[in-house]
Design a protein around this ligand. Structure first.
Ligand SMILES: Nc1nc2c(ncn2[C@@H]2O[C@H](COP(=O)(O)OP(=O)(O)OP(=O)(O)O)[C@@H](O)[C@H]2O)c(=O)[nH]1
Ligand SMILES: [Mg+2]
Length: 678
């Protein structure tokens, strides 16, 4: 495509592991494009990418950041994504709307496993991506070949060097472009200088070039014929193959350089310009159906303090003018973004990434159109790993809190709120401690909400182990009308998962039919809190006998009689605590499998069910296990610390299990104390 203008503005996401230098790379790219007069640095907290208060405070990116600029008169939007495993959601969402991803990695082979999850995501979804090995300036011998080999082990696509390093005394001083075979010497922060290709580098250059061509020939017969015939293919043909293969996500071209030293940035930009897919190709890849309307997709929602709701969108086709109606909602303002700086524009056309104002009721992942928007697949949010129970410090802040939480969850779908029906706690779920703490800080700084966050209660239940028949009588005489109810209840344990069952075996109308439901309701009411202090489950209650008074019996009296029978009968039934057991599926690189297993068996009640190779994940295993819910709270923290941050798991409630002994006694004691304190 060299020399042919693309069909529209293009977009690239900068992704990769925590602190690999994405925000710094954005800064370098923007400088190279002339979008900023001077580079900021993450150390001085003045970068375009990390301009939010939260990013500055934490010294890391906590959400995506959009910067639109142009390079050689072509429009480009770069989306700087957070690398931390706790802030992955934004990165994944950004990747779904860009033409190409730049995976930024460090030149350290032992950190290759930290790149694996993102490569896996890109490979699964066939998102074109290039690799940028950053920080090659940082002392010692930058291990490009070793890093590449380690990364190849976790990539299902061939990683192809597009340039090779030139070194002096182990330090990288320049590179040779393998398409043009031109050599360049780094020149401080200036553009690299064209130079004579050193004789000594020739053998390596030939070998690397040959390797690149052979990879490309795997996907192109014409190129294969040339190679077999010992013909050196023209540069245009190589470029065209690189472009075509990247677009189809067949190869991963590899670049290197230094974001801080401004090395290799221009090379990267030129390659993106020449080889990155156009918006029309991307729209086709993501499945945009044909149509003549203007169509865009929201990949991030922001509630900005002064401008109101903003929906960051990629325009897939057509032209959206300010004031148009999208999905029945009037668009109010279109902004072009440069980090936290905004510029009002009148319209946005296919390929552009813009912020659409006040699209009330429209959420992340949705498509919006001037006509009828098609529903496009958008993956559900990441499953949360851990939660805090929230309590407002100031009375009356509850309503404000739920409003604020709703906004924050809209902004970050990997954050969610649950009103737990068992413990009555307001739970804030997220990806880890930092993720949740960041959310709490936001509640304070943006919504002026002081919130206490506590470790959530475990929703224990209780049940019985022995049957028992109990008489309960309620009799009350207060002048005039009295109250009378009298029942015999049969209590029986039921198998796990049966819940509560009520029946009656009354003969001869000793308890009139109309009071059966009163008894049932009285029992139900009692079961909310059994003798151990928890909701009672898996119990059958049968009304077997009783008596009544024509005048004094009532719904209330039979309810009360049932309650009395339950209160007196239950302690005879061998009450036992039930704890929730969670089924977890832990995913780790195989070298950590044994550690993951020990993490499970080292916890009370942890039980390994088995482990296996993770389907379609090179070199990863899954460990299936049961863990008591009370042992889950910090599981993600420990798993990450054992696995360079990449270990992860999915979980779901599986069953309730009897719990006895000292631990159970402690739970009951704590519960009683809490109930008394109320
Ligand atoms: N030596 C060297 N250090 C770099 C380079 N690029 C970034 N760094 C340093 O690496 C650290 C992380 O840089 P960032 O740009 O914030 O990395 P990031 O990938 O955006 O980090 P997250 O978004 O939090 O994942 C900082 O201390 C930078 O100074 C580079 O080219 N060379
Ligand atoms: Mg960053």
């Amino acid at each position: 495509m060299t020399g042919i203008a693309p069909s529209g503005p293009r977009a690239a996401a900068l992704v990769g592991p925590y602190l690999s230098g994405k925000t710094s790379l954005l800064e370098a790219l923007l400088l190279q494009c002339g979008a900023i007069p001077k580079k900021g640095s993450v150390k001085e907290h003045n970068t375009v990418g990390d301009s939010s208060a939260e990013a500055k405070a934490r010294g890391m990116s906590v959400e995506l950041s959009v910067a639109t600029t142009s390079y050689m008169n072509e429009s480009w939007t770069f989306i700087d994504c957070p690398g931390s495993v706790e802030f992955t959601q934004d990165a994944l969402n950004a990747l779904l709307v860009v033409d190409v991803a730049v995976v930024v990695a460090e030149p350290e082979p032992n950190k290759a496993p930290t790149v694996a999850p993102i490569l896996q995501f890109l490979d699964e979804r066939q998102i074109p991506h290039v690799l940028f090995i950053n920080k090659v300036d940082a002392g010692g011998d930058a291990k490009i070949a070793e890093t590449l080999a380690a990364l190849q082990a976790v990539s299902s696509r061939p990683l192809i060097l597009r340039e090779i390093p030139l070194k002096e005394n182990g330090v990288i001083t320049g590179f040779v472009d393998l398409v043009s075979e031109h050599a360049y010497g780094y020149k401080g922060h200036e553009d690299a200088d064209l130079m004579q290709l050193p004789e000594s580098a020739l053998p390596e250059e030939h070998a690397a070039r040959q390797e690149m061509l052979e990879h490309l020939a795997d996907f192109d017969d014409h190129l294969m014929e040339e190679l077999l015939g010992d013909i050196n293919p023209p540069a245009e043909e190589i470029s065209e193959n690189l472009r075509k293969d990247l677009e189809q996500d067949l190869i991963v071209p590899v670049f290197f350089g230094s974001a801080e030293g401004d090395h290799g940035i221009k090379r990267l930009l030129q390659a993106l310009r020449d080889e990155a897919p156009e918006v029309s190709a991307t729209a086709e890849r993501v499945g945009i159906p044909a149509g003549n309307d203007a169509l865009a997709q929201i990949f991030k929602t922001v509630h900005a303090p002064h401008v109101g709701k903003q929906s960051l969108a990629r325009v897939w086709r057509g032209e959206i003018a300010d004031g148009t109606t999208l999905n029945g909602v009037r668009l109010n303002g279109i902004l072009k973004l440069m980090g936290s700086k905004q510029e009002k524009v009148g319209k946005a056309s296919a390929g552009e990434v813009v912020s659409l104002g006040r699209l009330e009721g429209i959420g992340t992942g949705q498509t919006v159109s001037t006509n009828k928007a098609p529903e496009l697949p958008w993956p559900g949010p990441l499953q949360p790993f851990t939660c805090f129970a929230l309590k407002v410090s100031k009375m009356g802040d509850d309503v404000k809190l739920s409003g604020a939480l709703q906004k924050m969850c809209e902004e970050d779908p990997s954050l969610s709120v649950e009103q737990n029906i068992d413990t009555h706690e307001q739970l804030l779920w997220g990806q880890g401690e930092i993720h949740l703490k960041n959310a709490l800080e936001r509640l304070k700084s943006r919504f002026q909400l002081e919130v206490k966050a506590e470790r959530p209660q475990v929703p224990y239940k209780e049940t019985i182990r022995k049957p028992h028949n109990q008489h309960g009588r309620y009799k009350h005489q207060t002048g005039g009308h009295g109250a009378f109810g009298d029942v015999y209840l049969d209590l029986k344990p039921l198998p796990r998962g049966s819940g509560y069952q009520f029946s009656e075996t009354i003969v001869g109308g000793v308890v009139p039919r109309q009071f059966f439901s009163s008894v049932d309701n009285g029992v139900k009411d009692y079961l909310k809190q059994g003798p151990l202090g928890f909701p009672v489950v898996d119990i059958a209650v049968t009304l077997t006998n009783g008596s009544y008074h024509t005048m004094d019996s009532s719904d209330m009296a039979f309810k009360a009689a049932a309650r009395i029978a339950m209160t007196e009968g239950m302690p005879h039934c061998g009450p036992v605590l039930l704890e929730p057991i969670v089924a977890v599926e832990i995913s780790v690189p195989s070298e950590h499998t044994a550690k993951a297993q020990r993490l499970v068996t080292g916890r009370r009640g942890g039980q390994i069910l088995g482990f296996d190779a993770k389907p379609n994940w090179k070199g990863w295993d899954v460990v299936n296990a049961y863990l008591p819910q009370s042992e889950m709270h910090d599981l993600i923290v420990e798993l990450r610390s054992l696995t360079m941050g990449v270990g992860t798991f999915t979980w779901r409630f599986d069953h309730l299990q009897e719990m006895e002994g000292r631990e159970a006694d402690a739970v009951v004691k704590a519960r009683k104390a809490a109930l008394e304190a109320k």
